[in-house]
Design a protein around this ligand. Sequence first.
Ligand code: NAP
Length: 334
Amino acid sequence: MKAMILDAPGGLDRLRQVDRPDPGAPGPGMIRVRLHATSLNYHDYGVVTGRMPTEDGRIPMADGAGIVEAVGEGVRDFMAGDAVVSCFFPDWQEGPPRIGDFSRVPGDGIDGYACELVVGPATAFTRAPKGYSHAEAATITTAGLTAWRSLVVDGGLKAGDRVLVLGTGGVSIWALQIARMMGAQVAVTSSSDEKLERARSLGAAHMINYRTHPEWGKLVHDWAGGGVDHVIEVGGPGTLAQSIDAVRIGGHIGLIGVLTGFAGDVPTATLMSKQARLQGLIVGSRRMQMEFVRALDEATFRPVIDRSFALDELADAFRYQESGDHFGKIAVTF
Ligand SMILES: NC(=O)c1ccc[n+]([C@@H]2O[C@H](COP(=O)([O-])OP(=O)(O)OC[C@H]3O[C@@H](n4cnc5c(N)ncnc54)[C@H](OP(=O)(O)O)[C@@H]3O)[C@@H](O)[C@H]2O)c1
């Protein structure tokens, strides 16, 4: 089977396609999946560029979607022919978080899904949303589930809430779509007026260019009539102060991303006086993914895939992500 591997110490020119042995028949509790798609995340970008060092020869990519070819003894959740999608944390089945690292995350601490075939525990997959293409299904593992957990599981999002999403990347566009599905009003920031128009066509009610309006926090606060209920904070230290300005008293900020860096100043007094909840999170459990898939079965929208690449074009796909030109998700199909 074909697989993409990453030679140490990483870097986009160190991704190469190889032939690996067929993984064989699934043992007890395992399933054999023919993979057809993965999707790119900022985390995967960190791994393949060597900023998050991994083992020599690692198969990258956390997201994987495909069809079950065979099930091992004792597997009850799936049968051959089922469309499935991988879980970001194969060991976090349900309950509160107990994992704070990436040591067992596919494509980082263990091999991921940039390959044609995999045999793995049935508990490392859920079924895919009904009617989804493999590329669409692949986008739920990391970006989709993170947005769902932050807004719905941790945030308790309800109809009529006001939501702010930062930028127009994978997590943020998923969050926009989930918020609209749940009857919330959404403000979006972006560096591009053209992307803001695309966000409007997906139902965004308020659009701000963060380059031309660096004090966007107050603008969002005023639009929401006293602050938003939820912020999808993917920027990190360079955007957090504005996000705190944008949130309402008693509101919720999902601290998700590191696009502007890993550490920085936090206006603690403003956060305290806002009595806002700042919640750090990494993706979610398998149980959360199952509930998310059930919700998506009833939804009428589809995730936004900006562009798809072939497996041996994985490095080009990451170069495209690097350019920042994308809107929503980038997929790789095979
Ligand atoms: N904690 C978790 O579980 C989790 C899960 C998934 C992702 N993440 C993190 O979330 C972040 C986003 O991930 P992603 O996969 O969605 O990335 P992505 O698809 O590559 O999104 C990048 C987009 O973010 C926007 N952006 C960049 N700098 C910005 C800034 N200073 N202010 C506002 N927006 C900015 C840009 O949008 P415009 O082009 O519109 O300006 C850019 O296109 C990353 O840091 C990633 O590591 C965390």
